[in-house]
Design a protein around this ligand. Structure first.
Ligand SMILES: C[S@@+](CC[C@H](N)C(=O)[O-])C[C@H]1O[C@@H](n2cnc3c(N)ncnc32)[C@H](O)[C@@H]1O
Length: 216
């Protein structure tokens, strides 16, 4: 599915999120707070757009994804980034390799979220950090109603005009609705072995950033 949407992936994101995705990516950059020389894994990195803030901060960012279509578009656009082909459920990295692991709009797409969270823990050094950026649940009920209408009706209609594979955006809307809310995801992260878990809502809870640390 991601191979098919790769060509117009970044443009479609900008249109469907009304440009909010750029703000969300800046917030991920601040939450990870990468320092020069640190090793950062950006998992399910797609075309590498989510990796750019870490590179700009002077860290060594490794964008990793298993869609060759997304990696190809990414490598063409950003030849200077060290793209790696790899499955989030069996990461091709040694234990404790990274200072921080981050995953933007990717955790929801893994076939097995709990295995993915445990793999992220394995490749993070003790004391290292995790930042998950994912769609979540708007906290104000009236706004939530309007948002769900947007997801189920307007979003697939807009995607039909912009995306190279509109069906993928029906999946997007349905997978967002089926996703756990902020607290339930925090519990899931904790059960995978992470500690110091907290979260921050963005755009009224359309997106949430979950932050955690690998116990020292
Ligand atoms: C919605 S895109 C997010 C891309 C990027 N992080 C961003 O913020 O634009 C989700 C990505 O998850 C990747 N993905 C899904 N399951 C994966 C897995 N098991 N291992 C690696 N990547 C995976 C897909 O190939 C896709 O590129």
């Amino acid at each position: 599915m991601f191979d098919r949407v790769a060509d117009r992936y970044d443009l479609t994101n900008d249109v469907l999120s009304l440009g909010q995705d750029r703000r969300w990516r800046r917030a991920v950059g601040s939450a990870v707070a990468a320092r020069p020389g640190e090793w950062i894994l950006d998992l399910a990195a797609g075309t590498g757009t989510s990796s750019e803030p870490f590179h700009a901060a002077g860290a060594v960012v490794v964008p990793c994804d298993f869609s060759l279509g997304m990696l190809r578009v990414g490598k063409h656009r950003r030849p200077d980034l060290r793209f790696v082909g790899g499955d989030a459920l069996r990461l091709p990295f040694a234990d404790a390799t990274f200072d921080a692991v981050t995953i933007s709009f990717g955790l929801r797409n893994l076939n097995d979220i709990d295995t993915g969270l445990r793999e992220m823990l394995r490749v993070t050094r003790p004391g290292g950090r995790l930042v998950v950026c994912e769609f979540s649940r708007p906290t104000w009920a009236p706004f939530r109603t309007v948002y769900v209408e947007y997801l189920m009706r307007a979003l697939p209609a807009v995607a039909r005009r912009v995306s190279s594979s509109p069906d993928a955006y029906v999946y997007l809307a349905e997978s967002i609705r089926a996703w756990p809310d902020q607290r339930a995801l925090a519990e899931r992260i904790m059960r995978a072995g992470w500690s110091a878990i907290r979260w921050r809502d963005l755009s009224g809870g359309i997106v949430a950033l979950h932050y955690a640390e690998r116990p020292g």
